[in-house]
Design a protein around this ligand. Structure first.
Ligand SMILES: C[S@@+](CC[C@H](N)C(=O)[O-])C[C@H]1O[C@@H](n2cnc3c(N)ncnc32)[C@H](O)[C@@H]1O
Length: 194
């Protein structure tokens, strides 16, 4: 059964073995120079990326449009807050909003926007085997991802970061990114807008 938890499971493994602000995700969103970043995770999913960013000090607004995933995430955040301690503090920096980011982003004056849709082929990433495959069964394939990126590029004031499998084709109809951060299986396409 699909569940979102920040107090047990794979996210704690990722937290324990991550390379802090030296990890690719943190570099991509610009946390090396500013640890108090305000970040919008426009495709929240189970909140794992957001949790890692919040663990490094960022304030993260998470937007999720699937009611089912939103409720799982809401439960996971609630559980984390009740758990307290360091996890409670991290989860306390995560602010969850229900809705479609294409409609919400224009009202938020976002600095940094992270986008990780279901659109692309994820067969090489570890999570696809279990949780992400279940998420995909619920939300489908996010076929409007180009429109979401266009809205993000219009409203972000610092950068838009698009998470992709490392060898994914460039996204059709989206201009070339400013630079890329490469991980073992993941690539972050960074569009600087400031
Ligand atoms: C690949 S998952 C994100 C996984 C997430 N990065 C994590 O670490 O758990 C994509 C999620 O984004 C959501 N999503 C896609 N497009 C969206 C949009 N325009 N607005 C809000 N949520 C969206 C989907 O419903 C899905 O739950």
């Amino acid at each position: 059964m699909l569940k979102c938890s920040f107090i047990k499971g794979p996210i704690l493994h990722r937290l324990k073995y991550s390379k802090g602000r030296g990890q690719s995700l943190a570099k991509a969103v610009g946390m090396r120079s500013n640890k108090n970043r305000n970040i919008i995770d426009a495709t929240a999913g189970l909140g794992y990326d957001a949790f890692i960013l919040a663990s490094l000090g960022a304030n993260v607004t998470l937007i999720e449009r699937s009611e089912t995933i939103y409720k799982l995430l809401q439960d996971g955040i609630g559980e984390g807050i009740l758990f307290g301690g360091e996890i409670g503090k991290i989860v306390g920096r995560m602010n969850l909003i229900f809705g479609d980011s294409k409609n919400i982003l224009p009202h938020l004056s976002p600095e940094v926007i992270l986008i990780d849709t279901m659109y692309k082929d994820r067969k090489k990433t570890a999570l696809v085997k279990n949780e992400m495959r279940l998420v995909r069964e619920i939300v489908g394939s996010d076929s409007d991802h180009t429109e979401l990126i266009e809205v993000a590029l219009k409203f972000a004031t610092n950068r838009v970061v698009i998470k992709q499998p490392r060898y994914a084709e460039p996204i059709k109809d989206i201009k070339q990114c400013s630079h890329q951060i490469l991980g073992k299986t993941i690539r972050y396409d960074v569009h600087m807008v400031a």
